[in-house]
Unconditional design. Structure first.
Length: 221
């Protein structure tokens, strides 16, 4: 059972998301919050499997809450759900360690899929934003991009293989199948790889791969 926390300052949105998630047999909404401070407190108390956060909330915004939850000794996966697709919001969410970023106007199946993926430890980002966000995020100087040769020095051959498959959107199960190894082996490599890259989530690892030119950025479209 996936235990979810919903935080949004609009009562109608909270109710709608809660109804959507609660209707699923494998998802339980353990709490709802109307501001960031309340969301942070409830998340620490209840330890949900995924925290669904709005960006603009009183007290603390979603990015600030995400930063606290993702930096904790036992991080709580965060899915940002927002009506705003401005680049700075997406960049802020990624830098805070959020596992996913999705627009609220996404269809219900997309939202449910995203909640399940983030709870399972996978990253997700709105498909309409992916190419532009990866390109612009990778080009930001403050992230201090390095060369692919430097990446070779940071990662083992197996970790590099996993990172490339991760950038293709593969799950742990798919990566294990592609490399003919156990899922537990993939998880162990990921656990060692993320600290090496200085990132806190699979999604940040994918961004790191593009930023460091380990994976080529598609310049078309």
């Amino acid at each position: 059972m996936i235990r979810a926390l919903i935080a949004d300052d609009q009562a109608l949105v909270r109710a709608g998301l809660s109804a959507l998630l609660s209707a699923e047999e494998d998802i339980e909404v353990v709490a709802t919050a109307e501001d960031g401070v309340q969301a942070l407190r409830l998340a620490h108390e209840l330890r949900p499997d995924v925290a669904c956060l709005d960006i603009r909330m009183p007290g603390m915004n979603g990015i600030e809450v995400a930063r606290e939850l993702c930096a904790a000794p036992s991080p709580i996966p965060v899915l940002i759900l927002t009506t705003f697709d401005l680049d700075d919001y997406v960049f802020g969410a990624l830098e805070a360690g959020a596992s996913g970023f999705l627009l609220k106007d996404a269809d219900p199946d997309t939202i449910l899929h995203a909640v399940r993926r983030v709870a399972d430890g996978h990253g997700t980002i709105d498909q309409s934003l992916t190419r532009r966000i990866l390109r612009e995020f990778a080009q930001r100087r403050r992230l201090q991009p390095v060369t692919a040769q430097r990446a070779d020095g940071v990662l083992t051959d197996r970790e590099r293989q996993i990172l490339l498959l991760l950038a293709q959107g593969m799950s742990n199960e798919e990566i294990a199948s592609a490399l003919v190894v156990e899922i537990s082996t993939v998880k162990s490599h990921l656990a060692r790889m993320l600290p090496k890259l200085g990132v806190r989530s699979r999604l940040q690892a994918v961004v790191w791969a593009y930023q460091n030119r380990v994976v080529a950025i598609d310049e078309e479209g």
